[in-house]
Write a protein that binds this ligand. Structure first.
Ligand SMILES: [Zn+2]
Length: 424
């Protein structure tokens, strides 16, 4: 098939709009990738001519082309990006951080939407195509942070997808009225219901978990529950979450965020929890938190648990660290897990690509014909090199358009090869 050919199928007739020539694919092939309608129209051997009459061609010159990354755990509403440096103010415990948010965030000179746009663009510039963000829902701020993040998502719709978790950061049962707000948040656009430490924060695991699962069932959405609780306390709630997931028929739609307990109990207990999670289709998202044992990623995967990764806090009221680079996050997790061989480094890669897409319910993921054309390029010879060294992102594509170049998001998406200054 030549690059100017017309693709026919499903009653659609779409002309090839541009060609990414001489790409190195993750499987080592060199190929031309034809784009049409924001999707991959064809993947052709690089030995063929790259272009056809009048079709813009962008020569990738052998750069490694990888699928757009998935960041499975963010807090877009908390970031301080765009402001002058703000020193960390909270005491070193979770309750102080929760209370500090309430003092700091409402009084910032930049609104939630502006700061969230800044962080989305920072993530996009480093190859992320799909983001899952938790957004605080509490009695003081109601749905205002959600409204800010919804505005940011709309403004960045051509750059990335954003999945929102209605997150009861301050607790649920200890703050009567929160369940109704979570329900309203789902009605207003959140795709998942959140939860937090049902014992440690709420001292009422049955109340919190029954409440948030009831919303998920009624609204037909999934859940993503922050579980920082250590040891047997955390394991108790893992089992409670798995039991409710099965009872509600929500297999494949529930995530435990962090699950630190899985890393700090004897292997026998962690294995029993992993088997329960696999049987219930409950996924785990990790960010390789400092100060906690890393969950046993390889064991969890072997047991059949979908494990994925995200950045969590990025230059915000909870942590001054973070760049938005989820490939670097995968490398950090791989380093902490002591993944060295290529097959192990590929596990780190899976945490921010296929496994994350599966957990986040992103259909048609990956570089394949018919799938949305979401990619990025790096100077690397193979995927393990890209993960281990996470070199600068060169070009980022979303829905067939260039959305970032040389580490910066563009003002508006551009057609690859269509006479732009720079890499043509
Ligand atoms: Zn979090």
């Amino acid at each position: 098939m030549s690059a100017s050919a017309v693709i026919q199928g499903d009653n659609a007739v779409t002309a090839i709009e541009s060609v990414l020539a001489n790409a190195l694919l993750p499987d080592g092939r060199r190929a031309h990738v034809d784009l049409a309608g924001g999707r991959v129209a064809a993947i052709r051997a690089a030995a063929e001519p790259a272009g056809g009459t009048g079709v813009p061609v962008l020569d990738l010159a052998g750069a490694l082309l990888l699928p757009g990354l998935c960041d499975g755990h963010l807090h877009l509403d908390k970031t301080l990006l765009g402001l002058p440096w703000v020193p960390h103010q909270a005491e070193p415990n979770r309750m102080s951080r929760i209370e500090t948010d309430k003092k700091v965030l409402p009084n910032l000179p930049l609104k939630t939407a502006e700061r969230a746009v800044n962080l989305i663009r920072r993530c996009v510039a480093q190859g992320s195509a799909h983001l899952r963000t938790h957004v605080d829902i509490d009695l003081e701020s109601g749905l205002s942070k959600l409204e800010g993040v919804l505005e940011a998502r709309a403004r960045c719709a051509e750059f990335a997808t954003v999945q929102i978790v209605a997150f009861p950061q301050s607790g649920v049962m200890r703050r009567p009225g929160t369940l109704a707000l979570l329900d309203a948040a789902v009605g207003a656009g959140a795709a998942l219901v959140g939860g937090i430490d049902p014992l440690e924060i709420d001292r009422d695991p049955k109340g919190q978990l029954d409440g948030i699962f009831a919303i998920a069932e009624r609204r037909g959405v999934g859940l993503d529950i922050h579980l920082h609780e250590p040891g047997d306390m955390g394991l108790f709630n893992v089992q409670e979450i798995c039991a409710r997931t099965r009872a509600a028929g929500l297999q494949g739609k529930v995530t435990i965020s962090h699950g630190f307990c899985l890393g700090d109990v004897p292997e026998r207990k962690a294995r029993a929890a992993a088997e329960a999670m696999a049987a219930a289709g409950v996924a785990l998202v990790t960010h390789g938190a400092a100060g906690w044992a890393l969950p046993p990623i390889a064991m969890l995967r072997q047991a059949g648990v979908t494990v994925f990764a995200g950045n969590d806090d990025i230059r915000d009221t909870w942590s001054p660290y973070g760049t938005g680079d989820v490939l670097a996050r995968a490398a950090l997790i791989g380093w902490r897990a002591d993944f060295r061989r290529d097959d192990e480094v590929m596990i780190a890669y899976d945490l921010v690509t296929d496994a994350a897409a599966r957990a986040m319910g992103i259909a048609e993921y990956g570089i394949k014909v018919g799938a949305p054309a979401n990619f990025f390029t790096v100077a690397a010879d193979c995927v393990p090199e890209a993960v281990a060294g996470h070199p600068p992102r060169q070009l980022v594509f979303h829905r067939g358009r260039i959305v970032a170049e040389d580490g910066a998001a563009l003002d508006r998406p551009a057609v690859p090869g269509a006479g732009r200054a720079g890499r043509n």
